[in-house]
Design a binder for this molecule. Structure first.
Ligand code: ADP
Ligand code: MG
Length: 245
């Protein structure tokens, strides 16, 4: 698997409200270059919002975001969005485009590659996720797991420094989850910097370097997986784990 040279990303004291709903209440999240941070917590605790704030799809009301130690809040937000690849629960592939076109589109538009160059790089990325042979198929002719691997290839093709995954396997049939998690584990092993919001406690425990447990807009506990899973300190985390494990 490719070696990545990726960035260290830090969110500091992040706050965000939607109207009167104070969704992020001073979140700190740090992911060291080449490591994987998983984020767990109940539905509605602010996990997706945190990812959106940390790649500046939404501007925080307060706090700072640093990439390699430098605040990025004054930069053009598009720049950060290009440095951070994002994979969602819904794959959002273009149904009328082929698999390789889905991957090469942003390469042409954002990285301004020629058609030939974009296709060549897209095929390389598809090869990396084991789907080169599906290059000219339409997304509808792929399984959900394969479509998600295409979405991952599309994000990787932009050569991001950090990858965000927001419940990337939640929409998949159970038998397809394993393949996508295996790919994510490969990326982690290859040195990609990743923030993974997940309900897959096995992945969180076995693959990630740090685990952050969020509830109601705050980080309740965080630390290495063995600490968070084997020695939870708060009732909130104990209750959560007893519900999901
Ligand atoms: P999680 O991903 O942990 O399930 P979310 O970040 O999606 O949680 O949501 C946290 C809170 O923010 C919820 O109360 C949700 O209703 C609210 N919320 C999320 N997105 C929006 C939005 N675009 N507009 C208003 N409220 C939102
Ligand atoms: Mg969410």
């Amino acid at each position: 698997m490719t070696e990545f040279t990726s960035g260290t990303l830090t969110g500091k004291n992040l706050h965000l409200s939607f109207g009167h709903n104070h969704v992020l209440r001073g979140i700190d999240l740090h992911v060291e270059k080449g490591t994987t941070a998983s984020v767990i917590g109940p539905s509605g605790s602010g996990k997706s919002t945190l990812l959106r704030v940390m790649n500046r799809l939404i501007e925080p009301d307060q706090g700072d975001i640093l990439l390699d130690g430098r605040s990025v809040l004054k930069d053009n937000p598009d720049e950060l969005r290009q440095r951070i690849g994002m994979v969602f629960q819904q794959f959002n592939l273009f149904p009328h485009k082929t698999v390789v076109e889905n991957v090469s589109l942003a390469l042409r538009k954002l990285r301004k590659l020629s058609k030939e160059q974009a296709r060549a790089e897209a095929l390389e990325q598809l090869d990396l996720v084991g789907l080169k042979h599906k290059a000219d198929a339409r997304p509808a002719n792929l399984s959900g797991g394969q479509q998600q691997r295409v979405a991952i290839a599309r994000a990787l093709a932009m050569r991001p420094e950090v990858m965000f995954f927001d419940e990337a396997t939640s929409a998949l049939d159970p038998e397809l989850v394993k393949g996508v998690l295996a790919l994510m584990a490969d990326l982690a092993k290859g040195g990609m910097t990743m923030v993974v919001v997940t309900h897959e406690m096995g992945f969180s425990r076995n693959v990630s370097d740090t685990v952050t447990f969020m509830d109601a807009g705050v980080v309740v506990e965080s630390g290495p997986p063995e600490q968070v899973f084997s020695a939870p300190e708060t009732d909130r985390l104990k209750d959560f784990l007893s519900d999901v494990l």
